[in-house]
Design a protein around this ligand. Sequence first.
Ligand code: IPM
Ligand code: MG
Length: 371
Amino acid sequence: MTRLQKTIVLLPGDGIGPEVTRAAAQVLGDCAREFGHGFTLVEQPIGGAAIDLAGSPFPEDTASACLAADALLLGAVGGRRWDSLPVGRRPESGLLELRRRLGLYANLRPVRLHAALGSISPLRPERARRVDLEIVRELSGGIYFGERGRRGEGAEERAFDTESYSVREIERVARVGFARARARRRRLASVDKANVLESSQLWRGVVNRLAPEFPEVELEHLYVDNAALQLVLDPSQFDVILTSNMFGDILSDEAAALAGSIGLAPSASFGSGPSLYEPIHGSAPQLAGKDCACPIGAILSAALLLRESFGLAKEADAIEIAVDRVLESGLRTPDIAAPGTEIVGLAAMTEAIRHHLAHALLPAEGYGWGV
Ligand code: IPM
Ligand code: MG
């Protein structure tokens, strides 16, 4: 059995970020103990917490720790307290700066409806049952990083943000999309707005050009408005969705809601250096400190971290099985509550997952990887 020595930088951030990150860190600690891995967990400030502490949403110390890490796990950033700050100095810009500095261009957002959660999906049960897709969102380009500014005055004052993509930027993320589709059900839906946007026309052209490299993948193109509609009408038609930074941000919230709650959805971001893992939910300041947030998105992000960055598939599977078991047992945080289920807080939910994880890790369960 391989025992790994790894450094994971934890970026708890704001609102419920610290609570869910702590839950995920406990689960990582359990896996390390059970398998004899040495995970060094280093906490660094980001977002609003970093503004308060160091005057910047992404301090240099945080940046150097991130660049030197083997993987990063983030909670969430943002909150009303920093709402009056200009765009470039807000907590969110800390996360964007992190993505930019690490060159994280491909963001994976898997969304699957757990069988036990069918009744809480906003979709009718027969439609909800088949939500099992992955969004590959471009993460370091597009309108998030394009030229922006203001000019003029009074009624003539104008603000602008620019959507722009290069062939290279589209190619590298499209390759990830095709590869993920090839490893799943081999269907790729590229989502754009090519009937209006020049950048989307380039996007579509580049994706088409790459298609022959992946002959086993069936490619289709959808306009983003239609994609939003199709997601609600028939999510089963989607396997992997490849799209731009902005469209991916919007569609992934929609898809996560279809699967029951945005609190459940994990994500992974890849570039050329260390990868970043984070739940896709926000900082939900109104829930912070009340022990009622859902830790599952963060815990499943830790599972993705183990699988994707460290190649620890069995450990990752064990975490996912533990989450499945807890949901099957009827335990629910308030966001996923349903009649006949037991509502618990973040701490009890985390404990229950860790308890099931300890069982999933036992060799007696048939996994055969005892120490
Ligand atoms: C996300 C979030 C971020 C984004 C914010 C917090 C900057 O909504 O990760 O989806 O827009 O990318
Ligand atoms: Mg978002």
